[in-house]
Design a protein around this ligand. Structure first.
Ligand code: NAP
Length: 240
C-alpha cells in the first residue's frame, strides 16, 4: 500500500489522559506550546504535511455544537471526491464518516498554523452535506461504504494531496483505530506534569465498538527526553 509516514503525536497527563480539568493548569499551557513546536514549529522535529483528527475532536476544538448549515433542496452533486484549490501549506484531515461537522469555512487556524480542511466521508454522507462542503470550497474524499476503507483513504491522501508525513492528532478513538489497522509507524507523547484523577475522561488510546478492538500492541522505545517545563517527550516505534 502506498501511504504516508504516520506518527501519532499527543500531549497527555501523567496518567495518560488527553482531556479533563487539568487543562486549566498553567503547566498544561507551557507544555502544550512545547508539544505544538515539535510538530508545527519553525524547527519542528517532524515535517508534518497534514494532521488527522476524529469527528469528536473536530467538534470539541472547532465546530462546537453547531448544526451544519445544509440546504435540504440542494441539487445532486457529482459522484466522487471534491478537490478544492488551496495555497495553504498544510492539511487538516477530518474523519467524519456520516458528514456531521458544522464547518463554516475551508480552513482553520491552530496557533500560527493555517490548514485547508479535507473531510473524509463514507457513502453514508448525504447529498446535502456534500453540497454544503462544495459551497464552502472544502475538499472531501469518499473512503468506504459504511465504514472507513483505510487503504483507499491512504491512496487518496497520497495521490490527490501528496501527503508524505501524516500526524494522528487524536482523539483516543481515532488513534487506536489507526494503530489497530496497522497505520501508525511511531507514537510521540509529551507526558506533562499534571493529572486530575477523573474516571470519565478520554485516554490516549480507546477502543470503540465497530471501529476497533483491544488486541494488544507492543512498542519499541526510541527516545526519552526531559523537556524544559517538566514534560517528558517519549517516542516509540510501533512493533509490527
Ligand atoms: N491531548 C491531546 O493531544 C488531544 C488531541 C486531540 C483530541 N483530544 C481530546 O480528545 C477528545 C475526543 O476524543 P475521542 O477519542 O472521544 O474521539 P475522536 O477520536 O476525536 O472521534 C471519534 C469519532 O471519529 C470518527 N472516527 C474516528 N476513527 C474512525 C475510524 N477509524 N473509522 C470511522 N470513523 C472514525 C467516528 O465518528 P462518528 O461517531 O461520527 O462515526 C468516531 O466516533 C476531546 O475531548 C479532545 O479534546 C486531546
Amino acid at each position: 500500500m502506498t501511504r504516508p509516514y504516520i506518527f501519532c503525536h499527543m500531549i497527555t497527563s501523567i496518567d495518560g489522559k488527553i482531556d479533563g480539568t487539568h487543562k486549566k493548569l498553567p503547566e498544561r499551557g507551557l507544555n502544550a506550546l512545547d508539544f505544538y513546536q515539535i510538530a508545527f514549529g519553525e524547527n519542528a522535529h517532524y515535517r508534518t504535511d497534514a494532521w488527522l483528527s476524529g469527528r469528536a475532536t473536530s467538534e470539541a476544538a472547532f465546530t462546537k455544537n453547531r448544526e451544519p448549515d445544509v440546504d435540504k433542496d440542494a441539487a445532486p452533486v457529482p459522484e466522487g471526491d471534491y478537490i478544492a484549490e488551496t495555497d495553504l501549506p498544510k492539511y487538516y484531515v477530518s474523519v467524519d464518516p456520516s458528514g456531521r461537522l458544522a464547518w463554516e469555512s475551508n480552513n482553520l487556524q491552530y496557533r500560527d498554523t493555517k490548514a485547508h480542511i479535507i473531510e473524509v466521508l463514507t457513502e453514508k454522507a448525504s447529498n446535502e452535506y456534500k453540497a454544503m462542503l462544495r459551497k464552502l470550497n472544502i475538499s472531501y474524499v469518499i473512503a468506504g461504504q459504511d465504514t472507513l476503507n483505510y487503504e483507499l483513504l491512504m491512496e487518496k491522501l497520497t495521490d490527490l494531496f501528496h501527503i508524505k508525513t501524516l500526524m494522528l492528532g487524536g482523539g483516543g478513538v481515532l488513534n487506536w483505530s489507526f494503530i489497530q489497522a496497522g497505520l501508525c509507524d511511531e507514537v510521540s507523547i509529551m507526558m506533562a506534569p499534571f493529572a486530575d484523577g477523573s474516571a470519565s475522561t478520554h485516554a490516549l488510546f480507546q477502543t470503540k465498538e465497530g471501529l476497533s478492538t483491544d488486541i494488544p500492541v507492543a512498542f519499541d522505545l526510541d527516545h526519552v527526553e526531559k523537556r524544559e517545563n517538566g514534560g517528558v517527550w517519549l517516542r516509540y516505534k510501533v512493533k509490527k
